[in-house]
Design a protein around this ligand. Structure first.
Ligand code: AMP
Length: 592
């Protein structure tokens, strides 16, 4: 299949080197690619003293705390009520040392899993980096998850420690604690005292020493566990190692164009991979000031943050950009955004209109980039120096080889050329590549054909080497940038006593990209009425949390199934969108 270049619809945004406020780190794409090696990228980091390996927390915090950046603000935290707290690199080194010691004092060891269920509060950053110093496996969870996704992830991840708040613990974890026999230590950041089953963060930190020496760290040791979803089965625990920091640093340099003295703001929550790789690690490894905003999206407050904090580099997401577009470019005019030099976006397709709107509203285009939980860092990007074709994800990073492949019936692959649509694949070998799905070797191996990692995304590239996103090869849903597995939602619906069958699809939405829509067939004797719909929506929200639960429910007498009994989500989606129904040869029973 061949496509005309979408660039025909929107003029290419040409970059004029004379307009650069600072010269981009990547000035010449081809030259940077041919000069690049991961060994050299690794050499830009310092490594643990004495050649004792590579530890993310050391690169992010201690090496700056020991040098001229010790008094620079590492984190500027802006609380929900507008309060502000600064943490210098020196202070962050001490508080993360304390937390590493605190964990050790309660018997936590290297290799133990530390889950963090918090909003964007300072303890999240101190907890994550402190646990990495002790070489624990850190897993940040999205605090808007409901009890079910939290318990499932903690079960899969063998959670030994949980850091959270009193309210989140009582509301979301306590009742399910029986499912988590390995969970020995729950640390509550706002509890004054210890209780029978919980510890007080404040007391542990008060008793902890300020000095902590990071033990030798093999770069291949596991550092982070992020969860992602597939079409079927339970969520997948994606294993990342300390060496990933090499990618975080290099992509911070090339794709986000970080320079010394920048004030950087990544709007993603660390409960998702972007918020960890780029909301914590990448900016700190560059020694810049990282702005953390606790509150959720609100356009005027965001413009206020950009102006007041004189943000220079901003990394955000399509859903937020579309919400800003709705309010119009005029809403931006009252703010002094003269400090802003570079704006980037990730997580879902960024419409060409949104790229162009950036120029109208902020005087700069949004630079779309592509990556996923498994890749650990940015793989394809529009660079500061590069002309932008609105709607394109850009070009592969130096050190990253991307191709478009087609899987063949015999298990092999075929490489496709410019303009041909196929599966986006990356050649293995970059440092932040996932090292496995925890306890799921077979699922992990299925992602590879030889040296190629197949991403599950359909894409193509054009004759200039720019990549264009086409869609997902599977049924996972992207809603407001959050990847949602239909199976997890269907399972929660099936637990309702009235539900006989459930199928969940992503329904296109002009703002959120997709919303979660469920089709439900009820058991005999239950009435498919408004009351039932409300009850099911409430049930799903309570179990899954608002970010994951369906927004729409449609009742059906029966759902279309294959001969082997699988519900055909694709058919439901095609019918929802009024698209051709495709190959129906395996259809056994239909909804109609
Ligand atoms: P996650 O693992 O949650 O970060 O989701 C990764 C998926 O989000 C990718 O496989 C894509 O389907 C989608 N995605 C991420 N960035 C982009 C982008 N720039 N354009 C289109 N889709 C994207």
């Amino acid at each position: 299949m061949r496509y005309p270049d979408d660039a025909d619809r929107y003029a290419t945004i040409l970059k004029d080197p004379r307009s650069f406020v600072v010269s981009p780190n990547l000035a010449d794409y081809e030259a940077a690619r041919s000069a690049f090696s991961w060994e050299q990228a690794r050499a830009a980091l310092s490594g643990l003293p004495g050649g004792d390996g590579l530890n993310i927390a050391y690169e992010a915090v201690d090496r700056h705390a020991r040098g001229p950046r010790a008094n620079r603000v590492a984190l500027r935290w802006i609380g929900k009520a507008g309060e502000r707290r600064d943490y210098t690199y020196g202070e962050l080194a001490i508080s993360t040392n304390r937390f590493a010691n605190a964990l050790q004092s309660v018997g936590v060891k290297a290799g133990d899993s530390v889950f963090i269920l918090l909003g964007r509060v300072p303890e999240l950053y101190v907890g994550m980096l402190g646990a990495l110093k002790l070489k624990c496996v850190v897993s940040p969870l999205f605090s808007a998850f409901g009890p079910e996704p939290i318990a499932t992830r903690m079960e899969i991840g063998d959670a030994r420690v949980l850091v959270t708040t009193e309210a989140l613990y009582r509301r979301k974890v306590e009742a399910l604690r029986e499912r988590l026999p390995k969970l020995e230590c729950v640390i509550l950041i706002d509890a004054e005292e210890d209780s029978e089953r919980t510890r007080s963060w404040r007391k542990l930190m008060q008793a902890a020493q300020e000095i902590f020496n990071i033990a030798p760290t093999d770069p291949r040791e596991t550092a982070l566990l992020h969860f992602t979803s597939g079409t079927t089965g339970r969520p997948k625990g994606v294993i990342h190692v300390h060496e990933a920091v090499v990618t975080h640093y290099a992509t911070g340099r090339y794709a986000l164009d970080l320079h010394d003295g920048d004030r950087f703001w990544c709007t993603a929550d660390p409960g998702w991979v972007t918020g960890t790789s780029y909301g914590v690690i990448a900016p700190l490894t560059h020694g810049v000031t990282n702005i953390v905003v606790e509150a959720e999206f609100d356009a005027p407050s965001w413009y206020g943050v950009l102006a007041q904090e004189r943000v220079t580099v901003w990394y955000t997401a399509p859903t937020a950009i579309r919400m800003m577009m709705k309010l119009g470019a005029d809403a931006v005019k009252d703010y002094d955004l003269s400090a802003l030099r570079f704006a980037a976006s990730v997580g879902e397709p960024l419409n060409a209109e949104a790229v162009v709107w950036g120029v109208e509203a902020f005087g700069l285009p949004f630079h779309d980039n592509w990556w996923q939980t498994e890749t650990g860092g940015i793989m394809i990007a529009n660079f500061a120096s590069m002309d932008i074709k609105p709607g394109s994800m850009g070009r592969p990073l130096p050190g990253v080889e991307a191709e478009i492949l087609r899987r063949k019936a015999n298990g092999g692959i075929e490489t496709l050329g410019a303009g041909e649509e196929g599966e986006l694949a990356l050649k293995s070998g970059w440092p932040s590549m996932m090292r496995g799905y925890l306890h799921e070797e077979a699922r992990y191996r299925k992602c590879f054909v030889g040296e190629w990692y197949l991403t599950g995304d359909l894409a193509r590239y054009d004759s200039d080497g720019y990549f264009w996103f086409v869609g997902r090869a599977d049924d996972v849903i992207k809603s407001s940038g959050h990847l949602i597995g239909p199976f997890e939602v269907e399972s929660a619906l099936m637990e309702h006593p009235a539900v006989a069958e459930a199928a969940v699809i992503g329904k296109p939405d002009p703002i959120a990209g997709e919303i979660v829509k469920a089709f439900v067939a009820l058991k005999l004797g239950f009435e498919a009425d408004e009351l039932m719909r409300k009850d099911l929506l409430g049930h799903a929200r309570k179990r899954l949390g608002a970010a994951v639960a369906p927004k729409e429910i449609e009742f059906r007498g029966n759902l279309p199934k294959t001969r082997s009994g699988k519900i055909m989500r694709r058919l439901l989606k095609a019918r929802e969108l009024g698209l051709p129904e495709g190959d129906l040869s395996t259809l056994e029973s239909d909804e109609r």
